[in-house]
Ligand binder design. Structure first.
Ligand code: NAD
Ligand code: UDP
Length: 309
């Protein structure tokens, strides 16, 4: 049995990871400030002797004896991370300094939830880990992108200077049950709009692309990465690329919806294309997604049907 700290454990991905690691027989400390996470996401775990819920903000120091740390705390959707951009960058930078300090003290392995956003609006496609990215340092997405880039820098510096055992997951768009209904991300927006027969809001022309990974696959990848010995960044995502317009049509079809598609202004600095190259994850982790987009979207639709009833 390992003692595992999961920051952001009451969030969308964090709640699935908490559940999975608890079921595998570990002792979990789930730490969250509930900015975008919710007790509802982990209510079914409360009461288990091996699950401890702590309300804490990672911009402040936290002390515990643990073997592994998954640092997931950070709002992930554009509307949430842009709500208080200064807090977002503090969460990424001060948060990872606190967590790396903890990892150093108790000799824990630490995994940082990084992101495909560190590639910005990529000029290399699909994105490989060697690519340094094309990020606007002063735009409205920068609080998130640059915060995550700085966190990666700190991870490597603590590794080189203090021998902290690190893992970096560059997570590409992930979806599934327990996404917050109001977080404005494309999967939750489109499914909820379609289920309510409301207009589907495609931003810009809809020609921009994303690749969508089901949360169970992502959780598998995170756990495999934590338990391997590779210390440089690894992309985790599902390589099938969709235009946002085609994705809207898929959701309308899968929900049997009467929704029409309407076009709205494209948010500033919205990346034009994004798709992971997962060769490295296949090689180092023996990992690749197993849930198809139609299978994963079906489960996500079933979840949102129960939420909006
Ligand atoms: P989420 O918003 O559902 O989860 C984030 C969790 O962190 C929430 O529970 C929130 O309350 C908590 N949190 C935020 N700031 C905090 C702070 N200062 N102290 C303590 N807790 C705090 O988002 P998610 O989709 O589950 O994302 C989890 C992690 O994965 C994030 O770090 C995100 O950047 C990263 N990520 C997610 C995706 C994706 O597509 N979902 C893609 C790339 C990276
Ligand atoms: N998007 C959209 N309509 C929506 C929400 C998002 O067209 O209602 C687009 C958004 O502009 C982006 C893509 O879908 O091009 C993915 O957006 P999301 O916020 O889910 O993630 P990210 O931009 O961080 O990849």
């Amino acid at each position: 049995m390992k003692r595992i700290l999961i920051t952001g454990g009451a969030g969308f991905i964090g709640s699935h990871l908490s559940e999975r690691l608890l079921n595998e027989g570990n002792d979990i400390i789930c730490l969250d400030n509930f900015f975008t996470g919710s007790k509802d996401n982990i209510r079914h775990l409360i009461g288990n002797n091996h699950f401890e819920l702590v309300r804490h903000d990672i911009i402040n120091e936290y002390l515990a004896e643990v073997d592994q740390i998954y640092n997931l705390a950070c709002p992930a959707s554009p509307i949430h991370y842009q709500y208080n951009p200064i807090k977002t960058i503090k969460t990424s930078v001060m948060g990872i300094i606190n967590m790396l300090g903890l990892a150093k003290r108790c000799k824990a392995t630490i995994l940082q939830a990084s992101t495909s956003e560190i590639y910005g609006n990529p000029q290399i496609h699909p994105q490989v880990e060697e690519y340094w990215g094309n990020v606007n340092p002063i735009g409205i997405r920068s609080c998130y992108d640059e915060g995550k880039r700085c966190a990666e820098t700190l991870m490597l510096d603590y590794h080189r200077q203090n021998k902290v055992d690190i893992r970096i997951a560059r997570i590409f768009n992930t979806y599934g049950p327990r996404m917050a209904i109001n977080d404005g991300r494309v999967v939750s927006n489109f499914i909820v709009q379609a289920l309510k027969n409301e207009p589907i809001t495609v931003y810009g022309t809809g020609n921009q692309t994303r690749a969508f990974c089901y949360v169970d696959d992502l959780v598998d990848g995170l756990i495999k990465l934590m338990n391997c010995d590779y210390t440089l960044p690894v992309n985790l995502g599902n390589p099938g690329e969709y235009t946002i317009l085609d994705f809207a049509k898929l959701i309308i079809k899968m929900t049997n919806s009467n929704s029409e598609i309407i076009f709205k202004e494209l948010p500033k600095d919205d990346p034009v294309q994004r798709e992971p190259d997962i060769t490295l994850a296949k090689e180092k982790l023996n990992w690749q997604p197993t849930v198809s987009v139609t299978e994963g979207i079906k489960k996500t639709i079933e979840y949102f049907e129960t939420v909006i009833k």
